[in-house]
Design a binder for this molecule. Structure first.
Ligand SMILES: NC(=O)C1=CN([C@@H]2O[C@H](COP(=O)(O)OP(=O)(O)OC[C@H]3O[C@@H](n4cnc5c(N)ncnc54)[C@H](OP(=O)(O)O)[C@@H]3O)[C@@H](O)[C@H]2O)C=CC1
Ligand SMILES: Nc1nc(=O)c2c([nH]1)NC[C@@H]1CN(c3ccc(C(=O)N[C@@H](CCC(=O)O)C(=O)O)cc3)C=[N+]21
Length: 291
């Protein structure tokens, strides 16, 4: 079997068009332009790329973007102060603090201070709790985007086995919650899982969110499975060139899977589109308008 390629970039661009129409409608009816504030502390080159992509997407979607680029030595108190100001600013409907933060800053403290009603990343414990008990709230962007891609290929997950590799609070755990909500039978695998290849082979839906370049091999994939590659790894090729690869050995797994996401052009652009969606939702709620 040769897998169909799930074109995240195309689906994200279609979402941008829908978001733009809804943002323009809100501006016309309520005079409100959805605003997203992105806080970047330090010079991490990968983070800088993501932030650039986010700023580009806000423009495409008709959203306002507020950028805070701070030097690596910025104190925790200063970052907390900025979050407090953004919490109070009525033009800001979404606040994203780019992770990882430098070591001298306590991420839990910063994420915990973000107003849960502006927490478009969905990382605040209140929103994590809402997702886990099935209440409405902000859903983290990467799992939300991945779930949209899965739904395009397979709208009904009941009776299917989903395996999520990775148990981080920002990807693995919320991804598993979303799949469970959609009636999949969910296994969460991690670094202590025994015989990971065998566990993966039982998956109808396999989500890799590990951070290990091309770890998932063809013989880990059940024929016909949906493979969602969340990993974003920058590697140097034997020719000395920089290259972006996922957690899945794409070429060989595409021979076995039923559908697969590429890297780049898969989950990454969907993460950004869902950040725009969450910011739009937040602005509609703040304005008392219905989407
Ligand atoms: N496309 C996108 O938009 C996004 C992509 N990413 C990418 O997704 C990947 C994961 O990110 P994130 O969740 O933040 O990463 P974390 O490092 O927080 O979590 C990685 C998870 O993978 C598990 N793991 C590590 N090694 C192995 C192994 N050999 N076998 C099985 N499990 C293993 C860890 O297990 P344990 O808990 O036991 O340590 C952990 O649960 C990264 O490549 C990141 O760059 C992240 C966010 C968004
Ligand atoms: N508070 C916070 N929220 C996040 O959502 C968050 C974060 N911190 N820290 C880092 C990770 C990673 N992440 C990505 C976003 C876009 C792409 C993306 O645009 N990827 C493109 C290519 C990018 C490139 O060329 O480098 C693609 O896959 O096609 C990837 C990864 C969000 N994260």
């Amino acid at each position: 079997m040769v897998a169909s390629v799930i074109d995240g970039k195309k689906i994200a661009n279609e979402l941008h068009v829908e978001i733009r129409a809804k943002a323009d409608a809100l501006a016309a009816s309520h005079g409100v332009v959805p605003g997203l504030a992105v806080v970047l502390v330090g010079e991490d080159p990968a983070s800088a790329v993501y932030v650039r992509n986010k700023v580009k997407a806000t423009a495409e979607c008709g959203l306002k973007s507020f950028e805070f680029k701070l030097p690596a030595e910025t104190s925790e108190a200063e970052v907390l102060g900025i979050v407090e100001r953004l919490n109070k600013d009525p033009d800001v409907h979404g606040i994203l603090v780019q992770l990882p933060l430098p070591k001298h800053i306590d991420s839990d403290k910063v994420l915990g201070l973000i107003d849960p009603d502006k927490d478009v990343d969905g990382f605040h414990p209140l929103n994590a709790g809402r997702l886990s008990v099935g209440l409405p709230g902000f859903v983290p962007c990467t799992p939300r985007g991945s779930a949209i891609l899965i739904e395009k290929v397979q709208p009904d997950l009941s009776g299917l086995h989903a395996v999520v590799i990775g148990r981080s609070n920002i990807v693995g755990k919320p991804m598993a919650q979303l799949l469970l909500q959609k009636n999949a039978t969910v296994t969460i695998a991690h670094s202590r899982t025994k015989d990971l290849p065998a566990v993966c082979r039982t998956a109808d839906i396999l989500v890799a969110a590990v951070g290990r370049p091309e770890m998932v091999k063809a013989d880990w994939v059940k024929p016909g499975a949906i493979v969602i590659d969340v990993g974003i790894n920058r590697i140097t090729t034997p020719e000395g060139k920089g290259k972006l690869v996922g957690d899945v050995a794409y070429a060989e797994c595409a021979e076995v899977a039923g559908a697969i996401t590429p890297v780049p052009g898969g989950v990454g652009p969907m993460t950004i589109a869902c950040l725009m969606l969450n910011t739009l939702d937040s602005a509609y709620r703040a304005a008392g308008a219905t989407v």
